[in-house]
Design a protein around this ligand. Structure first.
Ligand code: ATP
Ligand code: MG
Length: 565
């Protein structure tokens, strides 16, 4: 079996579902992915999506897409649209099962009335601060509201008038009447409805009271006949509340199973905090290639396959842990290595003149597109008298084991000829190296010499007259710390933002075949890393994102040398 082959690994969720089917507790599998449309999806959501959709598929069941859109002030149709695009990109399909908690507002209202009639819900008129104060804390029981014992008739009247718009925001709430002394804070008379005179992205101004997430979520699952409501660990403490609501209403009861959320080093996964980055101008938007959002990762050059392989490898567990981002990057490199076309691009150009190459002559040399994929074929590259190579492929005073260009040294130009550096031209004022004057050996075309002499360095290059201009954006981690939340008191994670997470190179030269590059098509710039075209490219202005570096072998050698010295 190869490393990336899909395995139908089992885990505690799959085992529980198999048991439920065997015991007859459920006769089918129906799951849902329930995003709140208040931000873009991130790689953590991808884990939930792969679990919700993937498990349904495996058991011959179905998975619904349900927007938990209970908060009109934070939700937008832009997010609704983006969420769909991201789920499709991951390869999943909800078909016609696109649902909204807001479609259940009438039903939820009726159920709230039922609970009031049963004496299980009441209108509270304490202020938000008082409610918080009365709630108590861990190990300290809460206090009952003076409004807790209002009569059913009074509660029905007030609730109806809340709905009719008679009251200001914050003046009343509807609360479940459970237990103000419960050890589980979620059971201390949780709020079911609040007054919000706000326009909803779907229901418009039909409502001025909105259900709380906890009141809407379990009932939405019940309405949709969800068998297994799979969610992250933090909802474990909410489960008794969801059970209480379903039991009091005596309606269909799904089974909730919690799993550990994904955490990654050097990454913040929380829509609230990602929104902070966007609003604070720390990134260019939700789809900034440094963001852990699926749209950002896609723009950066992540493939859906790489993400899926990563999710399979991390598996599903109950205990929360932090995954090393190197694993995600490893899955990415592994996938890009198979599919990326190899091309030549010079990010920091240094001019090279081949003094013994005829002026005006152009040769086409053949280059293979992908050694990992013989089917990818070959292309030709123009070679001429003036070329560009990478500035850091030349050192005037080379260290030990330096196999690249230096005065008097011979190197191979990939797919072309051997060249030898004869002369270094410097800018008189700055002393900066501006040009190398080299000679080539016409016998070495294709990259080997008839006399079999050894040349250890092979450099990438482009022909100056034929190269295209491009901008290249190099990305580093957004944070300087593996745990971005590790901050001094009084600071938040933005204190750990990496000031060098984006570097823009504007003078890059790339081979002419890249004129037809398209976003979403992975490329390997030889010796530099994986790149892809950014959608910002327009009218012949090419902008590339560095998706990820190759492993930096030279840095390893230098480190080893330092250790040895
Ligand atoms: P965030 O924590 O980023 O603000 P959220 O939990 O508020 O996200 P929702 O829209 O409520 O976002 O999430 C939809 C689903 O995705 C939920 O079932 C939630 O459990 C799951 N989910 C959110 N974050 C993660 C994560 N890091 N790992 C796995 N699943 C996640
Ligand atoms: Mg949440």
């Amino acid at each position: 079996m190869t490393e990336t082959e899909t395995t139908t690994a089992t885990d505690f969720i799959r085992e529980a579902i198999a048991e439920d089917l065997a015991s007859g507790r459920y006769d089918r599998v129906r799951t849902r992915f329930p995003p709140e449309p208040n931000g873009y999806l991130h790689i953590g959501h991808a884990k939930a999506i792969a679990i919700d959709f993937g498990i349904a598929q495996e058991f011959g069941g179905l998975c619904n897409l349900r927007y938990d859109d209970t908060n009109p002030t934070k939700e937008e149709t832009e997010y609704v649209k983006a969420i769909k695009e991201d789920i499709r990109w991951l390869g999943f399909d909800w078909e016609d099962r696109e649902f909204y908690a807001s479609d259940y507002f009438d039903q939820l209202y009726e159920w709230a009335v039922q609970l009031i009639e049963k004496g299980k819900a009441y209108v509270d008129s304490l202020s938000a601060e008082e409610i918080k104060e009365y709630r108590g804390g861990f190990g300290e029981p809460g206090k009952e509201s003076p409004y807790r014992n209002r009569s059913v008739a009074e509660n029905l009247d007030l609730f109806e008038r809340m709905r009719a718009g008679e009251f200001e925001d914050g003046s009343h709430v509807l609360r479940a009447k459970i237990d103000m002394a419960s050890g589980n804070m979620n059971l201390r008379d949780p709020i079911m409805y609040r007054i919000l005179h706000a326009e909803h992205h779907r229901s418009g101004d039909k409502w001025c009271i909105y259900p709380m997430y906890d009141w809407a979520h379990g009932q939405s699952d019940s309405i949709e006949g969800i068998t297994h409501s799979l969610c992250t660990q933090e909802y474990e403490d909410h489960r008794p509340l969801y059970d209480w609501f379903l039991d009091e209403l005596a309606i269909y009861h799904p089974r909730q199973i919690e799993f550990a959320p994904l955490n990654l080093t050097y990454t913040v996964l929380s829509k609230r905090n990602l929104l902070k980055l966007v609003q604070g101008g720390h990134v260019r938007g939700w789809d900034d290639p440094r963001m852990p959002t699926l749209s950002g990762m896609r723009r950066r050059g992540y493939t859906s396959e790489a993400v899926q392989t990563f999710l399979q490898r991390i598996g599903v567990a109950k205990t929360e842990s932090v995954v090393d981002i190197a694993l995600l990057e490893h899955c990415l490199r592994e996938d890009l290595n198979k599919r990326a076309r190899r091309v030549m691009a010079v990010l920091r150009p240094l001019r090279v003149v081949i003094t013994n190459y005829p002026e005006g002559q152009v040769e086409q040399v053949e280059a293979i597109n992908n050694p990992e994929d013989p089917g990818a074929g070959t292309r030709t590259l123009p070679f001429s008298r003036v070329l560009y190579v990478e500035q850091n492929d030349f050192r005037e005073d080379p260290p030990r084991k330096w196999f690249r260009l230096a005065p008097g040294r011979e190197v191979r130009l990939k797919h072309a000829y051997y060249i030898t550096c004869q002369e270094v031209v410097k800018d008189e004022a700055s002393g900066e190296v501006v040009e190398l004057r080299c000679t080539y050996d016409p016998e070495t075309r294709g990259g080997s010499s008839p006399d079999g002499r050894k040349v250890r360095g092979t450099l990438h290059w482009v022909s100056a007259a034929h190269a295209l201009d491009a901008k290249v954006r190099l990305y580093d981690y957004l944070y300087t710390k593996a745990d971005p939340y590790e901050v001094e008191e009084g600071h938040d994670f933005t204190a750990n933002l990496n000031p060098d997470s984006l570097q823009i190179l504007t003078q890059c030269k790339i081979e002419p075949s890249l004129a037809d590059a398209a976003p979403g098509v992975p490329l390997q710039f030889l010796r530099l890393g994986y790149f892809c075209l950014d959608p910002d490219s327009a009218n012949g202005k090419l902008v590339f994102n560095r998706t990820i570096t190759l492993r930096d072998t030279w840095a390893r050698i230098e480190r080893a040398q330092k250790r040895g010295a």
